[in-house]
Design a protein around this ligand. Structure first.
Ligand code: NAI
Length: 329
C-alpha cells in the first residue's frame, strides 16, 4: 500500500522514516501542497497523508477518490480544512492525530508571551548592533496578572498549568469546563467577561463556523487598553484587519501570532527573495510589538515523532479494519 505525503518537509521525511512502517506499506514524499493541480500525483495511492494547508475540498477529494485513494490520514489535530461530508459521500475515511504534544504548542504560546513582554526580539537585534541601551524595553511582571484562556482542551489545559506556575490569575472560556483546572484555580466565565478582565488572552479553541473571527472589532473594543493577544490556534479565529486597527490605536499592546488566515500561500516556504504580496501581513510585520512565527508551535522533536508514529498506526488500524482516530461529518 502506497502512502503519499503531501506538503512534506525534510523533517517529515526524517520523522516518518524513523517511525514504524506498517507491513506492506511504502512512503512517497511530495513537497507540493495538495490541490486540484497536484491531486493526480496521488493516483494509485490508497492513502494520502495531508497537512494543515493542503486543500481537502470536495473537488480535490473527488479527484483523489477517482485515482484510487481510500484513506485521508491527517498529520494534524485540526481538521477544519477537510470537507467531511464530501469525504463521506465519496467513501473516503479520514483519520487524524488528536494529540501529539500539547506541551509543544502551549510552550510556544508562552514563548511568545515572554518574548513580547520582555521585548526579547528587539533586545536581540540591539545587542548584536552594539546598542546596549534599554529604552523601550520595559516589561511587566507576569506574576499576579490575569490570563484568559479560550478553549481548555489538551493545549489550553497545558497552557493553564504553565501560567499557574508564573502566579497568574486564570480565567477560561469553554463549553465544557475542566474540573481538574477548576481545582487548580481556573475560573470559567463568559467570553465577554474574560475580554474585559484579562491582560493576556490566548486562543486554544478549534476553528469552526462558530469560532470564525471570534476576535473581531467588537471583541477587541472590550479589551483593557494595551492587552496582549496570542493566537496559536487557527488564523481565522481572528479578523486580522481588525487587529491592525487595534494595534494602531493602542487598544492592543502586544500581538503574538503563530497562525494567519492567509498562511496557506506563504508559510512553510522560504519567500525571502520575493516581494511580499500580502499587504495585511506586511502591515502587521511593521509593528514593533508584534511577533509572527510561521506555524511552528508544533515543531518539537517529540511532537514530530508522535505525529509520525500515530499517523502510521492510524493507517495500520484502518488497513486492519479497526480504524482509530476517525473524523466524521
Ligand atoms: P482539543 O479538542 O483538545 O480542545 C479544544 C477545546 O476548545 C475543547 O475543550 C472545546 O470544548 C473548546 N471549544 C470549542 N469551541 C469553543 C468555543 N467556541 N469557545 C471556547 N472553547 C471552545 O484541541 P487541542 O488539541 O487543545 O487543540 C486546539 C487547537 O489548537 C486545534 O483545534 C488547532 O486548531 C490548534 N493547533 C495549533 C497548532 C500549531 O502548531 N499552531 C498545533 C496543534 C493544534
Amino acid at each position: 500500500m502506497r502512502i503519499m505525503l503531501f506538503s512534506s518537509q525534510p523533517y517529515d521525511r526524517d520523522s516518518f522514516s524513523a517511525a514504524t512502517l506498517p507491513d506492506g506499506c511504502s512512503l512517497a514524499f511530495q513537497h507540493a501542497h495538495l490541490g486540484l493541480d497536484t491531486a493526480a500525483l496521488a493516483n494509485n495511492c490508497e492513502v494520502v497523508c495531508a497537512f494543515i494547508n493542503d486543500d481537502l475540498s470536495a473537488p480535490v477529494l473527488q479527484q483523489l477518490a477517482a485515482g484510487g485513494t481510500r484513506l485521508i490520514a491527517l498529520r494534524s489535530a485540526g481538521y477544519n480544512h477537510v470537507d467531511l461530508q464530501a469525504a463521506q459521500q465519496l467513501g473516503l475515511s479520514v483519520v487524524r492525530v488528536p494529540a501529539y504534544s500539547p506541551f509543544a504548542i502551549a510552550e510556544h504560546a508562552v514563548a511568545l508571551i515572554l518574548a513580547l513582554n520582555r521585548r526579547i526580539h528587539r533586545a536581540f537585534n540591539r545587542t548584536r548592533e552594539g546598542d546596549f541601551s534599554l529604552h523601550g524595553l520595559i516589561g511587566f511582571d507576569l506574576h499576579g496578572k490575569t490570563v484568559g484562556i479560550i478553549g481548555t482542551g489538551q493545549i489550553g489545559a497545558a497552557f493553564a498549568r504553565i501560567m499557574a506556575g508564573f502566579g497568574c490569575q486564570l480565567l477560561a472560556h469553554d463549553p465544557y469546563p475542566d474540573s481538574d483546572l477548576q481545582a487548580l484555580g481556573v475560573r470559567y466565565l463568559p467570553l465577554d467577561e474574560i475580554l474585559q478582565q484579562a491582560q493576556i488572552i490566548s486562543l486554544h479553541c478549534p476553528l469552526t463556523p462558530g469560532t470564525r473571527h471570534l476576535i473581531n472589532q467588537q471583541s477587541l473594543a472590550r479589551l483593557q487598553p494595551g492587552s496582549m493577544l496570542i493566537n496559536t490556534g487557527r488564523g481565522a479565529l481572528v479578523d486580522t484587519p481588525a487587529l491592525i486597527d487595534a494595534l494602531k490605536d493602542g487598544q492592543l499592546g502586544y500581538l503574538g501570532l503563530d497562525v494567519y488566515e492567509e498562511e496557506a500561500a506563504l508559510f512553510f516556504e522560504d519567500q525571502s527573495d520575493l516581494p511580499l504580496q500580502d499587504d495585511v501581513l506586511a502591515r502587521l510585520l511593521t509593528f514593533p510589538n508584534v511577533i509572527i512565527t510561521a506555524h511552528q508551535a508544533f515543531l518539537t522533536r517529540e511532537a514530530l515523532s508522535a505525529i509520525a508514529e500515530t499517523t502510521l498506526s492510524n493507517i495500520a488500524d484502518w488497513a486492519a479494519g479497526t480504524p482509530n482516530n476517525l473524523v466524521t461529518a
